[in-house]
Design a protein around this ligand. Sequence first.
Ligand code: SF4
Length: 211
Amino acid sequence: MTGIDTSEAEEIIRWSLANYDDVVMTTGLNLSGTVLLDIASRAGFAGKLIFVDTGYHFPETLHFWQSLEARYSRISFVKLRSNTESGFLFETDPVKCCQINKIAPLSEYLSILKPSALINARTRDSARGRSQLQIVEEGSPTHINPLVNLSRLELEKYAKARHLEIHPLYLSGFLSMGCWPCTKAVRPGDDQRSGRFNGQGRTECGLWGSL
Ligand code: SF4
């Protein structure tokens, strides 16, 4: 027992497994992704968990990925990386940098794998722009968002009750993890994604609109 009602999320994941036998999961290794992985594992998910290594992640993020891989041995961990060297493109053209290092590796992988559905850990309270997020977004692949109705506080309580290891920088204010050149800690009370794409006038990389 965790004291947090995650029955909706569990039910959505079971429904996904029953209706999309090739469903895969993506993660950014945030708190929500860590909780989703745990709930999904308990609900019987044993498919692919996909993470894009942009080449600019904090070392803690890469260590954390390895640690999760050791904990959830039934799940197939897939780490993608661009073959294109982009140097300091994050300074001169960050949108293109995201396209090359984040969006393209995942898009290309999915275009080969062609899963019918993709589970991810986005929540409505993580950003103003996500407040209308639906549980199921029909498409090719269909996007399934089991955690939409859980708050950050609930995710924290779940992680604590389940003794989950969370990203080591989370408690330092990195409420949404991204690449080191573009991510800063969030000030108390600010939007969870306000630390992302620092000074670039955006809080999304464009990934979800492109898949
Ligand atoms: S978040 Fe920054 S460093 Fe990472 S891919 Fe996008 S622009 Fe490049």
